[in-house]
Write a protein that binds this ligand. Structure first.
Ligand code: GDP
Ligand code: IMO
Ligand code: MG
Length: 424
């Protein structure tokens, strides 16, 4: 298995951090291919809990080279802080490599993210306010500043000056906010350049060489399929491509070099921020999923919205990613429910939808068609093989496999590495 992609099939927070960390044990290189520090990936090792936001989840293994690919947006201060935190906890981040072509998040991106959200009022997306959207906006409008620009200060200053003139106009004239100072940003980023000099390089070459040598490369998606800018619930999405296709573009390899695509799927579903959510539970059951599942954001601490597993959306994720298998997480959370539901279709205006609807409007006003499963009641956090699971829990897993049309090869029953059941 030389090259695998691990990505989320829902609206993020599926447990990608845990699954990536597990798979990274056999990997040589782990690459983040999109997003930035909007992600919050939790990894539990023994009694220790790590919350990673920008650095790939493979960093905990000294044998892994963690790569932040060209498809990511990088806030240099966050990167340096995250490396310092890891160092403080005995993890050596010196092997972290950042693509020369990755775009930088600048102070005006963070500020614009906040003021644009305020300006949108009721229509706001509920972003993480980390400057992700505005940084990608600059990338695509060709106003962006790339990591490599930090090493040609004449060019860096010229680009910064041009960008800042435009941003300060926006900030002051459109958003009634204060302008930012060129010298201050310039000095701060020159400082970052010095500290990041050994880390910024041609990461496409690192990944290609590793693949050519038959090494194991893992591509780690952030966010999830339904937050994808093209395939998600636009505009309530993030500004990049978490889907599997993004792994090739965002790391600088060809699509034929990818062998396996693992979709991480929570045994129920959650969403942070605004946007349609057919199976959302706004009742006591939803509250219990949030509390028992510990569904609070890693990055922003926000309470996540929760609901039953949506098999229509899951089949869609299988299709748009070309998934080859599923890793099912947080099955243990469902032990606390007498009845567990799965949405297999949506009903809207007299029509039944078994495929993800063409018109997004349907997602707002549809009624999910649920099938009910009997809960198993027993605590399953101690299970270590699939056969240890009660029959009803096994049936639930088999049913999801059937609905998705692909195998579930990993079942997670707790946050730790040990609480994982592998299947052939
Ligand atoms: P990510 O963004 O996809 O990496 O997921 P998050 O880290 O944001 O959220 C997943 C949360 O669930 C974290 O707190 C994990 O430690 C936890 N977790 C992962 N797998 C399991 C599991 O199988 N059972 C339980 N109870 N918690 C899990
Ligand atoms: P991980 O990798 C859940 C959501 C935000 C918001 C929308 C746009 O931990 O699964 P952005 O700041 O990206 O412009 O916000 O996307 N969002 C996430 N939701 N998990 C994430 O990452 C997310 N990253 C962004 O809440 O709705
Ligand atoms: Mg998360």
């Amino acid at each position: 298995m030389p090259a695998s992609v691990v990505l989320g099939t829902q609206w993020g927070d599926e447990g990608k951090g845990k699954i990536t960390d597990l798979m990274a044990e056999n990997a040589d290189v782990v690459v983040r291919y999109q997003g930035g520090n909007n992600a919050g990936h939790t990894i539990v090792v023994g009694d220790e809990k790590f919350a990673l936001s920008l650095i790939p989840s493979g960093v905990l293994y000294p044998t892994v080279t963690p790569v932040i690919g060209n498809g990511c947006v990088v806030d240099p201060k966050v990167l340096l802080d995250e490396m310092a935190t890891l160092r403080g906890r005995g993890i050596d981040p010196s092997k972290v490599r950042v693509s020369n072509n990755a775009h930088l998040i600048m102070p005006y991106h963070r500020k614009l993210d906040a003021v644009i959200e305020r300006f949108l009022g009721d229509a706001q997306i509920g972003t993480t306010k980390r400057g992700i959207g505005p940084a990608y906006m600059d990338k695509y409008s060709r106003f962006g500043i790339r990591a490599q620009d930090l090493f040609d200060l004449k060019i860096f200053r010229k680009k910064l000056d041009a960008a800042l003139k435009d941003k300060n106009k926006q900030l002051t004239k459109v958003y009634n906010s204060l302008p930012l100072d060129l010298e201050e940003i310039y000095t701060e980023y020159v400082g970052f350049a010095e500290q990041l000099a050994d880390h910024i390089t041609d990461t496409s070459l690192i990944v290609s060489d590793a693949l050519a040598e038959g090494k194991h490369v893992l591509f780690e998606g952030a966010q999830g399929t339904l937050l994808d800018i093209d395939h998600g619930t636009y505009p309530f999405v993030t500004s990049s491509n978490p889907v599997a296709g993004g792994a090739a573009v965002g790391s600088g390899i060809g699509p034929k070099q990818i062998d396996d695509i693992v979709g991480v799927t929570k045994a129920y579903i959650s969403r942070v921020g605004t946007g349609p959510f057919p199976t959302e539970l706004l009742d006591e059951t939803g509250d219990r999923l949030i509390e028992i599942g510990g569904e609070y954001g890693v990055v922003t601490g926000r309470r996540r919205r929760c609901g039953w597993l949506d098999a229509v959306a899951l089949r869609y994720a299988v299709r748009v990613n070309g998934l080859t298998e599923i890793a099912l997480t947080k099955l243990d959370v469902l032990s606390h429910f007498d009845t567990i539901k799965i949405a297999t279709a949506y009903d809207s205006d007299g029509e039944r939808y078994t495929e993800f609807p063409r018109q997004q409007r349907v997602l707002y006003n549809c009624t999910p068609v649920y099938e009910e499963h009997k809960g198993w009641g027993d605590d399953i956090t101690g299970a270590r093989t699939f056969d240890d699971l009660p029959a009803a829990a096994q049936d639930y897993v088999h049913r999801i496999e059937e609905l998705a049309g692909i195998p579930i090869r990993t079942v997670s029953v707790g946050p730790s590495r040990a609480a994982t059941l592998k299947r052939a």
